[in-house]
Write a protein that binds this ligand. Structure first.
Ligand SMILES: [Zn+2]
Ligand SMILES: [Zn+2]
Length: 383
């Protein structure tokens, strides 16, 4: 495989392959907890103004999130019996066929990002510098976007523009080939796309704020994951009685009221019932609720990628072009020569390898050595 010709989805497949046999780390909750931990360290590095370390850690976050997605996408989830298989079942389930009806891009990062960000800002529909309409306009009148649920009228024009972008997504992917390998984002293309749309926002925002946004979105993913886990544990144990559906409806109505919905309760009930009806009529309601939850999870993951890109751009060494930093991010030669990829021979070919043990197939022993080694290290340096 040549480095320039690799898409983010192929990277996900390759990097997750390294960890296929690390049974100790196959649990999604465990894997996601590592990401939460790394994100908190990113914000600590920013607080201490250690930009290089923050970028380093952010690369790690990016690779971990990509690996997280790739791992469960390549697991067989047809007959899920375990929590990892259950997540695989929902990850692999076809989504967003309304905007990307073809088989390409495959189910995965590019498809999820494009559906949420249809080659434009997801809220105002501005397309960014290289996409021929100026960068994001949310900054100009932020209240329109902040209050879009309460005052939807002012938001209408933007909604139309985003919808138009979604309606013509496939042709626009073809017209903007520099971001893509086929119809999947290249590694650099993903970062470059967000940069082109949100460059103005990156210019004025403080990395601190951006890190807070990233933490917030990581939290949203955590919430969706814990809901999916709940559904897995519940299995078919949910007796989908009228009483349960009624309390689900009441909960949703209560939330709408707290959210400031202006409608009377009976009108809210109609809205809520319309959403609940297809779930209720489903042969396997828990599975249908799982699908709904997973769709939201994919959307939140797309947001995580957008904020990682934002922070990478903001922290990157301005003396180098963005691409150069992105190559560091591809982890060809980061610090201490520990990399997720190793070049082989001439011609830009490479293989994936564990950053820590250097093997193409990592093991439980590597994970345990790392965890225990870190404890011993801490004990000594903090003596
Ligand atoms: Zn915008
Ligand atoms: Zn290893």
């Amino acid at each position: 495989m040549r480095f320039e010709a690799i898409s983010i989805d192929q990277f996900a497949e390759g990097v997750s392959g390294i960890y296929r046999d690390v049974e100790l780390a196959s649990d999604p909750s465990y894997k996601w907890m590592q990401i939460i931990n790394d994100v908190t360290i990113v914000s600590e590095e920013i607080r201490r103004k250690r930009d290089d370390e923050a970028v380093d850690r952010l690369m790690k976050v990016l690779t971990r999130v990509v690996e997280f997605v790739g791992f469960y996408l390549s697991l067989d989830g047809d007959q899920p019996r375990t929590w990892p298989e259950y997540l695989a079942h929902h990850f692999r389930r076809p989504t967003h066929r309304d905007v990307l009806p073809g088989e390409q891009p495959r189910e995965g990062i590019s498809r999820w990002v494009l559906s949420k960000y249809p080659l434009s800002c997801s809220k105002c529909g501005a397309r960014g510098e290289r996409l021929l309409v100026g960068p994001c306009e949310c900054l100009l009148r932020p209240w329109i976007f902040e209050e879009r649920r309460e005052k939807p009228k002012a938001f209408d024009d933007f909604r139309v523009r985003v919808k138009d972008n979604r309606d013509h997504l496939e042709e626009r992917i073809a017209a903007n080939a520099s971001y893509f390998v086929g119809s999947e984002f290249s590694l650099v293309g993903l970062i470059r796309f967000f940069f082109d749309v949100y460059r103005n926002a990156y210019y004025v925002a403080d990395p601190w704020r951006t890190a807070m946004h990233l933490i917030e979105e990581v939290g949203e993913v955590t919430a969706q994951l814990s809901r999916l886990n709940l559904l897995f544990v519940l299995g078919n144990g949910l007796r989908a009685t009228d009483k349960i559906w009624d309390s689900i409806a009441l909960d949703a109505i209560g939330r709408l009221e707290i959210h400031g919905a202006q409608l009377p309760e009976d009108k809210l009930r109609v809205l809520v019932d319309a959403e609940i009806a297809p779930l209720r009529a489903h042969e396997h309601p828990v599975d249908a609720i799982g699908a709904l939850t997973a769709e939201k999870l994919k959307e939140e993951l797309a947001d995580v990628f957008s904020w990682i890109a934002a922070l990478l751009v903001q922290l990157h060494d301005k003396r180098k072009p963005l691409e150069a930093d992105a190559v560091t991010f591809l982890l060809i030669k980061p610090k201490n020569n520990q990399a997720y990829m190793r070049k082989i021979g001439a011609g830009g070919r490479f293989v994936f390898q564990c950053k820590w043990c250097g093997k193409e197939s990592c093991s439980d022993a590597c994970l345990v050595s790392n965890a225990v080694g870190a404890e011993v290290f801490e004990k000594i340096v903090k003596m």
